[in-house]
Each structure stands twice: as C-alpha cells, then as structure tokens.
Design a protein around this ligand. Structure first.
Ligand SMILES: [Zn+2]
Length: 271
C-alpha cells in the first residue's frame, strides 16, 4: 500500500507507520481540503507521522476528527492539536477497555452533524457496533463514506463486548447500505468501490458465524463462552482463543437479545 495517495482532488491519504496483525498496513489518516485542512484519524501518537501530516497538509490544519477512540486511531489527536491549535471533533471515549482517554473533543458530534468549509462538507453518521462511539463521515460531494473500523478492506473487525455490540453492528451495516454511497473509504486498507457487495459479504459472514454459535450451543448446553470456542472456531490457534472468545461472546449476547439464548452464572443455554 502506498504510504501517500491523493484519492481525488482535495482528499489525501497518509498511512501511519503502525502495521500489525490488527491494523493491516497501518492506520489510514485522511486530509480534506487544500486551503484549510481537516484531518481524520491521526492514528497513534508517532512523532514522525504527526510531522508528516503537517508537511502533507501544506496549509493550516483547522479541524481534527476521529472515527472512534481505539489506541490505533486517536492518540495522535492531542499532539496534532497542540502543534496546530486545530479544533477537535468527535464523540468522547466511553468508559470501557482499550480506549484512548486523552481524546477530548472541543465539539461533540452527534448523528447528522456536519462540518462544512468552502471546500468540503463532512456529515457524521453514528455507527455503533465495533465501538459505541464510532462515527463514519460522509463526504457530500464525492458521496464517499469514511468508515474507520466499521468496515475495513479485506478482513472483518473485532467486536469486543460490552462496548462492542453485534446487534448494533449489524444494524449499523444495514444503515450504511441504505446510504448508497459511491465508495467506502476505510481506516485500514484500500478504498472499497463496491459497497453493497462488501457489506452483504460482512453481514452474511457474521450471520453464518452466528448460526454456528447457535448450533454449538444447542449441542453443548451449559458451557461458558470460552469453553464453546473450540466448537465454533475449529481452525483457530490456541494462542488466539482469547480474541475468539470475545467474538463468540458478542454472538452469544446478540442471540440473547434475539431471545434464543440465555446465560446464568456465565453458562449459556439455547432457549
Ligand atoms: Zn477500532
């Protein structure tokens, strides 16, 4: 993946130097506007990346936005705001694990709020599921949706309860599909030019997994979420059981929401 790309006039992408199993090639930072710049997701606090953002902007940075407050997306906000005096926008961090509490927006955004300049309009779309405070941003002229970790290129995202919520995640995917955007522009990986196909694939994949969880639960009543892992994720390395358990629990909680599973003392049964 190219470390820098101009995706169309007035929309640029810089990849932060934090590649890993969870972040793919690294976190995508986006810049909007040529004369007064908005920066989306400056990523982790990496000095060289914060400097690079300012070089590439080559104009005053007036606004800094975050899609959500996981450690690979927002800790760079404080450093960039200090260096530029820009206004910080987004939703505050929830009281949950793996959250960047240094993120303190000057302006709290809600669903439907807009940030407008003479060069662009960005509309906030609240998409809870991966994180309860997750916002996507629709670029009005391009009709592109900047999706953070709601939809990423080439793989599925972690839904880690309780802040991550599978019922909300599926509902937020349906919501994005209804927007009929021309492209999805993710927080990791390349632009997605066929939103419907990719969203349908993600929903199908999640529902297939849910069906497996429901079947495993029916065949093995009274197990904990961790004990159910090998019945659902047959091919997963034991080292990854911890993460697999988080995903499995997200599915179980959705089945509970749907009235087809219940839990007592951490042990699950089908209803
Ligand atoms: Zn995330």
């Amino acid at each position: 993946m190219e470390p820098f790309a101009e995706l169309r006039p007035g929309i640029r992408r810089l990849v932060a130097p934090n590649p890993s199993m969870m972040t793919g090639p690294g976190t995508n930072t986006y810049l909007f506007g040529d004369e007064a710049v908005a920066v989306l997701d400056p990523g982790p606090w990496i000095d060289s990346h914060i400097e690079r953002i300012q070089e590439v902007a080559d104009a005053p940075i007036r606004w800094i936005l975050a899609t959500h407050t996981h450690p690979d997306h927002s800790p760079g906000v404080v450093a960039l705001a200090e260096a530029t005096g820009a206004e910080v926008l987004g939703m505050p961090a929830p009281d949950a694990e793996h959250q960047d509490r240094t993120f303190r927006p000057d302006r709290i955004l809600c669903d439907g709020d807009e940030l407008g300049s003479s060069e662009f309009v960005l509309e906030a779309v609240h998409t809870p599921g991966h994180a309860s405070n997750h916002l996507c941003y629709r670029h009005a002229d391009a009709n592109w949706l900047f999706t953070g970790d709601h939809v990423i290129d080439g793989s599925t995202v972690v839904i880690n309860p309780p802040d991550g919520n599978m019922s909300q995640y599926i509902a937020s995917l349906e919501r994005v599909k209804e927007l009929q955007c021309a492209a999805l522009v993710p927080g990791h990986g390349e632009l997605i030019a066929d939103p419907d196909r990719v969203i349908d694939w993600i929903i199908d994949h999640r529902l297939e997994r849910e069906a497996k969880v429901a079947a495993a639960l029916a065949a093995n009543p009274g197990l904990t979420s961790l004990e159910l892992v090998p019945y659902v994720y047959r091919d997963v390395d034991k080292k990854l059981y911890g993460w697999a358990e988080r995903s499995l629990l997200a599915h179980l909680l959705k089945l509970e929401d749907d009235g087809v599973a219940s839990c007592g003392d951490g042990r699950w049964v089908a209803r």
